[in-house]
Design a protein around this ligand. Structure first.
Ligand SMILES: C[S@@+](CC[C@H](N)C(=O)[O-])C[C@H]1O[C@@H](n2cnc3c(N)ncnc32)[C@H](O)[C@@H]1O
Length: 212
C-alpha cells in the first residue's frame, strides 16, 4: 500500500518534471524527447511496448560506469525519439545508431538531431528489430524494455549469432522485465545492477563470456 502510494507520487513528480521540460525547454526549440506515446502498446495488444524515455541522469550514470572507448559502437534497440543517442553523443563512441519500428518516432528523432546539429554524429532508422541484420556492427546494445519476451528472445539470439566468437559485447538492459532471456543463454555475465530512483527501475549491465 505504502509502496503503491510512493510509486504513484514518484510518477506524478516525473510527469510534472517532463511537462515542464517539454513545454519550457523542448517545444520552443522544436524539440521533442519527452512526451510519452503509447499507441504502439495499444495497437499491438502489448506485444510492442510504447515510447517513454530513459532518464538522462540515469543514462549519464550508465555511460560513466562503462568507461566508453573510441572503438565502442552503440545500438539503441527501440530508440524512440532518441534521448539515449543524444546522451551517448557526449561520449567517445565511434558509432551511435538507433532503430525503431515506429516511423513517426524516427522522424521525431531525426528532427531532434537536426536541430541539435547531431545528424552527422548519430544515425536513426525505421526498422523492426526482428528484421535487423546488422547487430554485428556494434558491441554495446541498449534496451529499455521495448517488446514482448518472444521478440526479445529472437533479437538476443540474433545478437549472439552475429557476434559470438568475433567480439566482446555488452548489453545494457533498462527495466529488465525479461532478464531471464539474457541469463538463460549462459553467454553473458551480469557485471552491474544500477538503480534509477526517478522511476524505481533497475538497469542490468551484462558482458559476453565467449572468447573473441
Ligand atoms: C520504452 S521506449 C525506449 C526509448 C529509448 N530507447 C529510451 O530508452 O529512451 C521503447 C521503444 O521500442 C520501440 N519498439 C517496439 N517494438 C519494436 C520493434 N519490434 N523493433 C524496433 N523498435 C521497437 C517502440 O516504438 C519504442 O519507441
Amino acid at each position: 500500500m505504502k509502496k503503491k502510494l510512493s510509486n504513484r507520487l514518484r510518477r506524478y513528480k516525473r510527469y510534472l518534471r517532463y511537462g515542464l521540460q517539454y513545454y519550457l525547454y523542448e517545444k520552443p526549440r522544436g524539440l521533442d524527447f519527452t512526451m510519452r506515446d503509447m499507441h504502439l502498446i495499444k495497437e499491438s495488444g502489448g506485444v510492442l511496448h510504447g515510447y517513454s524515455k530513459t532518464n538522462e541522469k540515469h543514462l549519464k550514470e550508465i555511460f560513466n560506469t562503462l568507461h566508453i572507448k573510441k572503438e565502442d559502437r552503440l545500438l539503441d534497440v527501440g530508440c524512440g525519439k532518441g534521448v539515449v543517442l543524444r546522451e551517448a553523443a557526449r561520449y567517445p563512441f565511434e558509432k551511435i545508431t538507433g532503430i525503431d519500428i515506429d516511423t513517426n518516432l524516427v522522424k521525431t528523432a531525426r528532427k531532434n538531431f537536426e536541430i541539435l546539429k547531431l545528424s552527422g554524429r548519430v544515425d536513426c532508422m525505421a526498422v523492426n528489430a526482428i528484421d535487423y541484420r546488422k547487430y554485428g556492427d556494434y558491441n554495446t546494445f541498449f534496451f529499455f524494455n521495448p517488446f514482448s519476451q518472444e521478440i526479445f528472445q529472437a533479437v538476443i539470439n540474433e545478437i549472439i549469432a552475429e557476434n559470438e566468437g568475433r567480439r566482446q559485447i555488452r548489453i545494457i538492459y533498462h527495466n529488465p522485465v525479461y532478464q531471464e532471456v539474457v541469463e538463460a543463454t549462459r553467454r553473458f555475465k551480469k557485471i552491474k545492477e544500477m538503480y534509477d530512483d526517478t522511476k524505481d527501475y533497475t538497469t542490468n549491465i551484462y558482458i559476453s563470456e565467449w572468447e573473441a
